[in-house]
Design a binder for this molecule. Sequence first.
Ligand SMILES: [Zn+2]
Length: 342
Amino acid sequence: MKAVQLITHGAPGQLKYLEVPDPVPGPKEVVVRVRACGLNRLDLWLEEGALPMPLSLPRIPGCELSGEILSLGSEVSGWRTGDRVAVQSNLFCGHCEFCERGQESICLHGQLLGIQRDGGFAEQVAVPASALVSLPDGVQFNTAAALTLAGSTAMHMLTCRTQVKKGDWVLAIGGASGVGSSAIQIAKHLGAHVISTGSTAEKRDFAARMGADHVLDSSQPNWAGEVRKITEKHGVDLVVEHVGGDVLKQCFTCLARGGTIVTCGATGGREVPLTLWPFFVKEQKLIGSYGRNRKDIVATLDWAADGRLKPAIHNVYPLSETPRAFAALRERTVLGKAVIEP
Ligand SMILES: [Zn+2]
C-alpha cells in the first residue's frame, strides 16, 4: 500500500511518500481502508519529536481517521467488512480502573494512534476493534476525519470535564483552530454567549462564521481587558483553552468569580505562573482535559449527523501531498482543518 512515513524528526522533519507492506490485523484488531484522515497540532509535535513520551521512527502519522473495515482479526465480533467507521485515537486498554469507569482519556496504558503506532496517512491501517466507532448515516468520511479528534476534544472539554449553562459567557480561544471552531459551535448550541479570539482578520472572520458573538484580536496585548468590557466586568464563566503559556495566564485576568478554565494544550508554553490570591478568593477552577472518551466521539458524530456540529474543512489533499499539508499547518495558514484523502 501507499503510505507517508516520518523518517527523521525536525521542523520540517523528513516525510516520505512510499510503498510499504499492507498491515495485517492482530486477533483483536481490524484493518481499515482509510478514506480520510485529519491533520492536528499533534502531528507537528510528532514531526518535531517534541512529545513527552518515547517515539520511534519510521512512523506513519495520522490520528484522526475514518474509513471502511477491510478485514477482521480472528477474535473480533460485532463488526463486518465494509462497515463505515471512525477511530478513537487515544487507544485504551479497556480493563484498568479508569477504563472500567468509562474514562478512557486517562487510561493507565493509553497509546496514541499515529504517534506510538502507525496511523492514518496511509491507504490502510490496523487498529484495535475496541477503538472503532460506527459512522452514522449521512456523516461523510472527511466530516468524521475533521471532527473525531479536535471536535471530540472540545466535546469532552465542554460536556464532560465542565458543564455549560444557558446564558453563560464562554471564551473559546483560537476560533480558527480545530478545537476552537468546535468549541464555539458546541457552546452556542448549549445556550452560551461566546467570545473567541484570532490573530488575523481572516481567522477572526472565520470564528464569527462558526457562530462566535464577539471575536477579539489576540495579537493586541489587551484582548483580555476587552473581554471584561464585553461582559460588563462580569468576566467569562468558562474558558476553553488549548494554547497554554502567556495565553493561559491572560485567561485568568478575564475569568469571572466562580469561573472555570479548562485546558488541553501547551503549544504556547508548558509552564505558567499562577497568582494564587485572586484564584482562591474568586473560587476559580483550572481543569485539565486530555483527549476524549468513547461517549464524546459518539456525541460528536451524532451532533455532526443532525447538523449541530459542522466540520470546518479548509483544504483536502491527496495522500502524496501530505508534506504540503504539514507545511500549511506549520505556517499556521490553516483555517479549521486540513484533511488527507488517501
Ligand atoms: Zn485502561
